[in-house]
Write a protein of this length. Structure first.
Length: 250
């Protein structure tokens, strides 16, 4: 089973929108386990029809058996208030990694949506995930913030999880027609280099907000603008799929 950690220590960068669309996209062909670590529970609210009896704090407390899926679809492990009680970094990593690993026979992909902080819980998946993706909001990025995030990801890979494949920084909420956004993109490339940037971006579009509100992927919306957004994000998700299953040469 592959595991994709959607990570950023900063809020407002569109992590949950990306994570949700990744789950919807991959569920067309794969068995997807969606694990939310964010106590704001936005993703859990959207995917509530896919929830079972287990919640995230169950996975943090010790070994559990996650029910399998018979075919393509989504199984949600919803975030809950009790996740705030778990602060021991070692136990968080051990219990999460063990339970995600135990689900490997029953699922093809685990999408992990973490919260906007540098807590042990939100960074824990970097120590066992197979892949990580970091959405960044182009219009309000911080060079120092990006460098701090990259240190966390690269540090986890070098010291603990050498198999971690970092897919890159995914520019999100981008408006190509705005000079300020273009300038920001150029600065990001100058500061971190193109090798750490994901080969694609997600624009700032109302369609994404509408899709999350309606609890369905943007490509299922009937508006012309939503169909355009659907093509855009499916292009990004197709690139992610290639990296997940075909490696870094894609």
């Amino acid at each position: 089973m592959k595991s994709l950690h959607i990570v950023n220590r900063k809020g407002g960068v569109g992590k949950t929108t990306i994570a949700l669309h990744a789950a919807w996209y991959f569920a067309e062909r794969y068995r997807v386990l969606f694990l939310e670590l964010d106590d704001q529970r936005n993703a859990s609210s959207v995917l509530q029809e896919h929830a079972g009896d287990l919640v995230t704090s169950d996975l943090l407390s010790g070994p559990v058996t996650i029910p399998s899926l018979d075919g393509p679809g989504i199984r949600l492990i919803a975030a809950d208030d009790d996740i705030k009680k778990h602060e021991n970094a070692q136990l968080i990593v051990e219990n999460l990694s063990e339970n995600v690993d135990r689900a490997g026979e029953s699922y093809d992909l685990c999408v992990i949506d973490s919260g906007p902080s540098s807590s042990s819980l939100n960074l824990a998946p970097l120590f066992f995930a197979t892949h990580a993706l970091a959405p960044i909001a182009v219009h309000e990025f911080s060079v120092q913030g990006i460098k701090t995030l990259l240190r966390s990801i690269i540090g986890a890979k070098q010291s603990y999880n050498q198999d971690l494949d970092f897919l890159g920084l995914l520019p999100n909420l981008f408006v190509a027609s705005r000079p300020s956004h273009q300038a920001a993109m150029e600065q990001i490339m100058a500061e971190v280099g193109t090798t750490l940037l994901f080969p694609g971006y997600v624009s700032s579009r109302q369609g994404y907000e509408d899709a999350v509100t309606n609890r369905e992927p943007v490509w299922k919306e009937n508006k012309t603008a939503s169909r355009t957004a659907g093509k855009e994000i499916r292009f990004v998700l197709d690139k992610i799929e290639q990296r997940l299953w075909n490696g870094a040469d894609q």
